[in-house]
Ligand binder design. Structure first.
Ligand code: C5P
Length: 222
């Protein structure tokens, strides 16, 4: 069987990772959460008291940083220099700063190099913002997931409540909109649908329905 690459892009909290994980599992492919890599760098830079606007400082940190993604029972584990930071990289402090660290050209070039090295032989499902446009421009399947800000904020809100975290729906809406704005308006590899990507509006779709759409696209190419 042909091992293909699947690129899943879209704005914040559009359900990319949930869907990507399931698709990877169904195909026995590896799943790469590229957002987690930017989050891990941001987390380390914050601990370091670094200025996230300082490109040179960030690339210095990144060049000295090992980020590993490992599949586990309940999803992916993220290791930063050998330490499990799976939960630490999801705090609102990291979430609300990551778009600043991710805008720098040198940082993105190094991240893209690392991401491409994970996918040399295909058999990968990768999610992010620039996968179809820059990381895997030759991916056989490209999906661009969309949903209204309202819908995405509600999903994240329900997730937070389920996990027992405090959550403020209005604040989530603001944070998601701001992150989308920063990610779409940055100069280097902004969030953008690749010309050959299939747009999937997930607003009124279930997770299973989105998975099915992507599996259909994949099965046409395998
Ligand atoms: O996907 P996730 O929400 O975890 O991504 C966190 C942030 O990392 C995004 O808001 C964006 O700033 C950055 N990112 C990126 N390119 C990617 C993946 C994530 O710039 N391929």
């Amino acid at each position: 069987k042909n091992k293909i690459s699947i690129a899943i892009d879209g704005p914040a909290a559009a359900g990319k990772s949930t869907v990507a994980k399931i698709v990877a599992e169904k195909l026995s492919y590896i799943y790469i959460d590229t957002g987690a890599m930017y989050r891990a760098l941001t987390y380390k830079a914050i601990l370091n008291n670094s200025n996230l606007e300082d490109e040179n400082e960030l690339i210095k940190i990144l060049n000295d940083t090992v980020i590993e993604l490992q599949p586990g029972k309940d999803g992916q584990f993220i290791y930063l220099d050998g330490k499990d930071v799976t939960n630490e990289i999801r705090t609102s402090e990291v979430t609300n700063s990551v778009s600043i660290a991710a805008k720098h050209k040198l940082v993105r070039e190094e991240m893209v190099r690392r991401q491409q090295s994970f996918s040399v032989n295909g058999g990968v499902v990768m999610d992010g913002r620039d996968i179809g446009t820059h990381v895997l421009p030759n991916a056989e399947v490209k999906a661009f997931l969309l949903a209204s800000v309202e819908e995405r904020a509600i999903r994240r809100h329900n997730e937070n409540i389920q996990k027992g975290f405090s959550s403020d729906l209005e604040k989530l809406k603001e944070e998601i909109s701001l992150r989308d704005k920063l990610d779409s308006e940055r100069e280097v590899a902004p969030l953008k649908k690749a010309e050959d990507a299939v747009e999937i509006d997930t607003t009124s779709l279930s997770i299973e329905q989105v998975v099915e759409k992507i599996m259909n696209l994949a099965n046409e190419r395998i």
